[in-house]
Design a protein around this ligand. Structure first.
Ligand SMILES: Nc1nc2c(ncn2[C@@H]2O[C@H](COP(=O)(O)OP(=O)(O)OP(=O)(O)O)[C@@H](O)[C@H]2O)c(=O)[nH]1
Ligand SMILES: [K+]
Ligand SMILES: [Mg+2]
Length: 432
C-alpha cells in the first residue's frame, strides 16, 4: 500500500488560515479519527479537530475529496486551520504519529497526480511555473501549460508520427500485392512535411518562451561614473546599487526584477568598463562584458558631460546620462537624467516595448523548458531523416518515425521517464 502523505500547502505562518493537505489510502481513517466522522464528500464541514487525548486542537473546516476525481487521483482531505505556528505544528505532529502517514516530499502531491495519470509532465511543469509566476505574462504562459496546451499539441504530434509509421509498415507488409495504392507514401510524406514545418516553427519560439518565463534580460554598461547605478535605482525606484562620485564603485553584477506591463524584466547593473586599476575591478569588468553578451538588450550609457561618445556596441540602445548638466550638447540617442527625471519614463516605455516585441503573441504555445527543446530538436532531426527517405529503405524510415514519436513521448512523460522524475518534482515546493 502506498503511504498517505500530508503537508502544509499554504504559505508562511502566522496567517489567517492555514491549509493542510492529506492524500492517500488512509485519508478516510484519518478524518474519522481527527474530526469524529467522515465529512460529506466535497462539502466544507465545520468541525472540532481532536488529538488522541480527545482534547480539541483547533476548530476549523475539513473537506473530504474521494478519489479518483481529485488532484492526486487518490483520496484527498484538506483541513482549513487557524494559521498559527502552534496549531499547524500540533496537527502535523498528530498526523505524523499515525502509522502509515508521513510528510510529503517536495512536489509529491503533483508527482502522484502524474503517476496516477491525472496530468502529464508538461502540465506538472506548468503548475510549478504558475506557482512561481510573478507577472501577468508569466501567469498566462504557465496557465497555458498547466491546462494542457503543450500536452494536446505534443500528443497530437505523437499520434501523427505513430500513424505515419503504421501506414509505412502496412505498405511494407503488402508491397508484393498489387491492390495497395502506391500513393500511400506520398500522402505520408506530405503530412510529415507539414509536421516537420510545425515542429520547426515551434522550436523557433523557444527564445520567446524563455523570455516569458525567466524575464527579458537587460544589461546596463558604460564607462565608470556614467551613472549606471543611478539609472538602475531610478528604473527600479529604490536604492539597490551604491552610487558615488568615485569611479569604479560597482564591482559586481547587481540584478533587479521589474514588472513592465506584465512582462518580467531583469535589469543588471555592471562595473564601469575601463582598463581596470585593480584585480577585483578587472574581474567585475570581465563579468560585465560576459553578461552583456547574453543580454536581450544592452543599454549603453554615455556621460553627456564628457566629449567623447566612443563607439556604440552593435545592437545596443545608446542612452546619454546627466542631461541636467549637459545643456544642449548634441547626442544621437535618448537623453536621461536621474537628477531631473528627464527621459526615465520614456526609457521604461522603450524597454517595455522591446520586451513586448521580443515576446510576441503571449497566447502562442511555445516550448517551455530546455528539457523540452532537447527532445523536440531530436524529434525534428529524426523526422527530417524519415522524410529524406533513406534512399527508399522503408524500414529505416519507419524506425526513424518510431524514435521521433518516443522523443515527443518523453516530453509529456508517456515514454519512460523514471530517471528524470526526481529532477522535475524536487523543484516544487513542499505541499504542492
Ligand atoms: N547631475 C547628475 N549627476 C548624476 C546623474 N546620474 C548620476 N550622477 C552622479 O554621477 C556619479 C556616478 O554615478 P554612479 O551611478 O555611481 O555611476 P556608475 O556608472 O554606476 O559608476 P561606477 O559604478 O563607478 O562605474 C555620482 O556622483 C552620481 O550622483 C545625473 O543624472 N545627473
Ligand atoms: K561611481
Ligand atoms: Mg555603479
Amino acid at each position: 500500500m502506498t503511504d498517505t502523505i500530508f503537508a502544509l500547502s499554504s504559505g508562511p505562518l502566522p496567517a489567517g488560515i492555514a491549509v493542510v493537505r492529506i492524500s492517500g489510502p488512509q485519508v478516510r481513517d484519518v478524518l474519522v479519527e481527527l474530526v469524529g466522522k467522515l465529512p460529506k464528500p466535497r462539502v466544507m464541514t465545520f468541525c472540532d479537530m481532536k488529538g488522541k487525548d480527545s482534547a480539541i486542537i483547533d476548530r476549523g473546516l475539513a473537506v473530504y475529496f474521494p478519489g479518483p476525481a481529485t488532484f492526486t487521483g487518490d483520496d484527498v482531505a484538506e483541513l482549513n486551520l487557524h494559521g498559527s505556528r502552534a496549531v499547524v505544528a500540533r496537527i502535523l505532529e498528530e498526523l505524523a504519529s499515525i502509522p502509515g502517514l508521513r510528510s510529503a516530499e517536495q512536489g509529491e502531491f503533483t508527482k502522484r497526480a502524474f503517476l496516477n495519470g491525472k496530468i502529464d509532465l508538461t502540465e506538472a511543469e506548468g503548475l510549478a511555473d504558475l506557482i512561481d509566476a510573478e507577472t501577468e505574462a508569466q501567469r498566462r504562459f504557465a496557465m497555458v501549460s498547466s491546462v494542457g496546451g503543450q500536452r494536446t499539441l505534443y500528443e497530437g504530434w505523437r499520434t501523427r508520427l505513430i500513424c505515419a509509421r503504421a501506414m509505412l509498415e502496412a505498405e511494407l507488409d503488402f508491397s508484393d500485392q498489387e491492390d495497395v495504392p502506391g500513393s500511400v507514401s506520398d500522402t505520408i510524406k506530405c503530412d510529415l512535411e507539414q509536421l516537420a514545418a510545425d515542429v520547426g516553427k515551434h522550436i523557433a519560439g523557444f527564445k520567446r518562451g524563455e523570455i516569458l518565463r525567466s524575464g527579458f534580460d537587460v544589461v546596463i554598461v558604460g564607462p565608470p561614473n556614467a551613472g549606471k547605478s543611478s539609472l538602475l535605482n531610478a528604473l527600479a525606484q529604490r536604492e539597490v546599487a551604491i552610487v558615488s562620485d568615485e569611479a569604479g564603485t560597482t564591482r559586481d553584477l547587481i540584478e533587479v526584477s521589474l514588472d513592465l506591463g506584465g512582462i518580467r524584466v531583469r535589469l543588471t547593473d555592471t562595473a564601469g568598463l575601463r582598463d581596470a586599476t585593480g584585480k577585483v575591478e578587472a574581474i567585475g569588468i570581465e563579468r560585465a562584458k560576459a553578461r552583456a553578451e547574453q543580454a536581450d538588450l544592452v543599454i549603453q550609457l554615455h556621460d553627456l558631460t564628457l566629449a567623447d561618445v566612443g563607439g556604440a556596441m552593435s545592437g545596443a540602445l545608446l542612452v546619454g546620462s546627466k542631461s541636467d548638466l549637459a545643456g544642449s550638447v548634441k547626442f544621437d540617442g535618448m537623453r536621461i537624467s536621474t537628477r531631473s527625471g528627464e527621459g526615465i519614463a520614456s526609457l521604461l516605455d522603450e524597454i517595455e516595448s522591446r520586451a513586448r516585441g521580443a515576446v510576441g503573441d503571449v497566447s502562442d504555445i511555445l516550448p517551455a523548458r530546455s528539457r523540452h527543446m532537447e527532445y523536440l530538436t531530436r524529434a525534428h532531426v529524426l523526422l527530417r531523416d524519415a522524410i529524406g527517405g533513406f534512399g527508399g529503405q522503408v524500414e529505416l524510415q519507419a524506425e526513424a518515425l518510431r524514435l521521433a514519436a518516443d522523443q515527443i513521448g518523453r516530453i509529456t512523460g508517456q515514454v519512460d521517464v523514471e530517471d528524470i522524475l526526481d529532477v522535475i518534482f524536487s523543484r516544487f515546493c513542499i505541499g504542492k
